[in-house]
Design a protein around this ligand. Structure first.
Ligand code: ADP
Ligand code: MG
Length: 404
């Protein structure tokens, strides 16, 4: 049985009009590939402010108290995908496409029990396969599952991407399609960089780095799962389905190399806002203790810079309160600069090309953008800048490395 998993993000199911486009895509596949079985994974409808978006559902509880019980929070969050999935299924049925809807629970998605950030342990595909055998398009709620004890869980932000790839893996698919509101993976976020262009092909490692560094078009967990299962991902635009989009696979590395020689040596620039720079005056021992506490609290930090007198690092703003509690307890001198952003240049060959860092620093300085901190790895260079400088920085780097 040939099965294709298609995932439609919140932006693709935000309204009846958008869902109508989704129905057209599904219908076209069913008509063109008569034997193809379709599994359709959906996110909640729309973004912040929409009546059934995840943030709106959370606010139903957070209006009452700051920290609602996580178990109930997961239950209310899971309703978003149940609503969009049932609406879409109904629309398919109205169009005479045989379809059925399954919650993550019904689809057999078994997860760990850490609410709001559960990991998929296993997928019992029996029910999905039964529905496919009955010739149904199987619409499944993304972002959710159940524990072995039958508790409803959610998978954390970007979880629907992960659901889709995990279901693809469980069904032995060689390809999963991710539909969104842009034409594919681009050289920068098109909302920030008008010259950004679509990459026809990119390998897992680079796109993973992009996602990790803030390019939210695909979630990093989904990328690493796809790589481990050798699943090719196609990123496509719901409103422009004829366009091929971006392919993410191992072979893309080779093609990319040819492409690289002809064009830019770098691949993309990503940005992540809402981060803060923390500076601490502490001895090595004190700093090690603080790091231990940070780890215990599950706060992730990066861009760690080490000087004898001072240590600096970067933390996402949502963790600042937790972090400050640790720092206050340690009784050391510290400062926190909020409203920062990380802008990252990504390229598989960064390491092997001399002078990239200095070109980058010069490009920012030419635009009078204060550079607060840097860090690099074998395929990334990240720059910490003020949030107000995001667009200017992305643009300067995009231009300097001829990504357009
Ligand atoms: P969905 O609802 O489909 O999951 P997301 O909002 O999560 O959609 O992701 C799509 C968005 O990702 C785009 O609208 C775009 O603004 C943003 N984005 C950020 N970086 C990139 C990039 N490098 N390429 C494409 N899109 C990007
Ligand atoms: Mg998304």
């Amino acid at each position: 049985m040939e099965i294709l998993v298609q995932k439609f993000g919140g932006t693709s199911v935000g309204s009846y009009e958008k869902m109508n486009e989704v129905c057209k895509i599904i219908k076209a596949y069913k008509e063109t590939y008569k034997d193809l079985k379709l599994v359709v994974v959906v996110s909640a409808m729309g973004r912040k402010g929409s009546p059934y978006a995840t943030d709106t559902l959370i606010s139903l509880l957070s209006e009452i108290n700051d920290q609602p019980n996580k178990r109930e929070l997961d239950m209310i969050m899971s309703c978003g995908e149940i609503i969009s999935g049932t609406v879409l299924t109904n629309m398919l049925q109205v169009r005479n496409i045989k379809a059925t809807f399954l919650t993550g629970y019904q689809a057999g998605i078994i997860t760990t029990n850490n609410f709001s950030d559960a990991k998929i342990l296993d997928i019992n595909t029996e029910r999905i396969l039964k529905e496919l055998n009955d010739n149904n398009v199987v619409v499944i709620a993304g972002f959710q599952g159940k524990t072995e004890d039958g508790e409803i869980t959610t998978l954390g932000r970007g979880g629907s991407d992960t659901s889709a790839v995990a279901i693809g893996k469980a069904l032995n698919c060689s390809r999963v399609e991710i539909y969104t509101d842009v034409d594919g993976i681009m050289t920068a976020d098109p909302r920030i960089e008008p010259d950004a262009k679509v990459l026809d092909c990119i390998d897992y490692e680079e796109v993973f780095q992009m996602a990790e560094k803030g390019a939210k078009v695909i979630h990093p967990r989904a990328v690493s799962l796809a790589r481990s299962a050798n699943i090719t991902l196609s990123i496509k635009n719901t409103l422009n389905p004829e366009f091929a989009g971006t392919r993410i696979c191992t072979e893309c590395q080779r093609e990319y190399m040819e492409y690289e020689v002809k064009n830019s040596l770098m691949t993309a620039v990503a940005h992540k806002d809402k981060v803060a720079q923390v500076k601490i005056k502490a001895s090595e021992d004190d700093f090690t203790n603080i790091l231990n506490d940070i780890e215990k609290e599950n706060i992730s930090i990066d861009m760690i810079n080490f000087f004898i007198e001072e240590k600096a690092f970067v933390v996402e703003e949502e963790y600042i309160e937790q972090l400050e509690n640790i720092l206050k307890k340690s009784n050391i001198e510290y400062s926190i600069r909020k409203n920062c952003a990380k802008v990252t240049l990504i390229g598989a060959k960064i390491n092997g090309i001399p002078g990239v860092m200095s070109r980058l620093v010069k490009a920012l300085s030419k635009e009078n953008i204060p550079l607060l901190q840097t860090s690099d790895s074998s395929m990334t260079i990240s720059c910490l800048v003020d949030s107000n400088d995001i667009s200017k920085s992305v643009h300067a780097i995009h231009n300097e490395f001829h990504l357009n």
